[in-house]
Design a protein around this ligand. Structure first.
Ligand SMILES: NC(=O)c1ccc[n+]([C@@H]2O[C@H](COP(=O)([O-])OP(=O)(O)OC[C@H]3O[C@@H](n4cnc5c(N)ncnc54)[C@H](OP(=O)(O)O)[C@@H]3O)[C@@H](O)[C@H]2O)c1
Length: 216
């Protein structure tokens, strides 16, 4: 299969890209983002494109793909709703509507988060929930991943300096966390492998929590 990854420079995206490059089912990977990944690999091609709300200039290069793994996103901490919505909803739907048109019937896997709820009281949960609902209405096979805690593997690092530090502190506790909260905890590796499995043969449901991701 041929896959597109948005957000491949982020913690999750680095992990997903690693799994895609390692998996024989994936024969080509295209990353799209405002920054280069710094990776070189025979299967990998990159588009560095600053304005993700206008994909028209790169549209011709986005056709012919089987799946998109959408890992782009930010923490809502300290953000106004308008700015958070622009990145979370507008960027995602810009990619979603473009890819649904260019690759109808393809698979689109979005990462929202545990607690996502379009009717919820928390701003981030509402915006992520609206994003999920809009994607699920598009003419492709959309799947929503709602992980809780994600353990970065194989050197994947968050783009947020505070989170980088938090993950270093949390790392020794991960085995305990995994035992105590198996349905809330996953890793960048498991998410990457789950995305490939979904693109390869689908999943039993369209909205998947950490336990579903780990089972895949
Ligand atoms: N980390 C977790 O534990 C966790 C848990 C549940 C859900 N999630 C969700 O998973 C997704 C990825 O999280 P992460 O931890 O991988 O985040 P991250 O390390 O901060 O990476 C964010 C990614 O999004 C891109 N991005 C952010 N703002 C952008 C902008 N304005 N324009 C273009 N690209 C932008 C970054 O590109 P640049 O490199 O160019 O900045 C990077 O590729 C998010 O939606 C997050 O809510 C994460």
């Amino acid at each position: 299969m041929k896959v597109i990854i948005f957000g491949a420079t982020g913690m999750l995206g680095q992990g997903v890209l690693r799994e895609c490059l390692a998996d024989d089912r994936v024969r080509a990977v295209l990353t799209v983002g405002r920054s280069p990944t710094g990776r070189a690999h025979g299967k990998l091609r990159e588009i560095v494109h600053a304005d993700l709300l206008d994909l028209a200039p790169v549209e011709a290069e986005l056709a012919g793909f089987d799946a998109c793994f959408f890992c782009l996103g930010v923490s809502s901490a300290g953000m106004e709703e308008e700015s958070y919505r622009r990145i979370t909803y507008d960027f995602t739907l810009s990619a979603g509507t473009t890819l649904a048109r260019l690759n109808p019937g393809s698979t689109f896997v979005y990462v929202s988060g545990a607690g996502t709820d379009a009717q919820g009281r928390r701003m981030w949960a509402r915006v992520k929930g609206m994003t999920e609902n809009a994607l699920l209405a598009l003419p492709f096979e959309a799947y929503m991943l709602r992980p809780g805690y994600i353990q970065p593997m194989y050197g994947a690092t968050s783009r947020t300096p505070f989170y980088r530090l938090a993950y270093v502190v949390a790392r020794p506790f991960y085995p305990v966390l995994r035992r105590l909260l198996p349905s809330a905890v996953t890793t960048t590796e498991q998410i990457g492998r789950a995305m490939i499995a979904i693109a390869d043969h689908g999943a039993p449901k369209r909205v998947l929590g950490a336990a579903d991701i780990n089972a895949l």
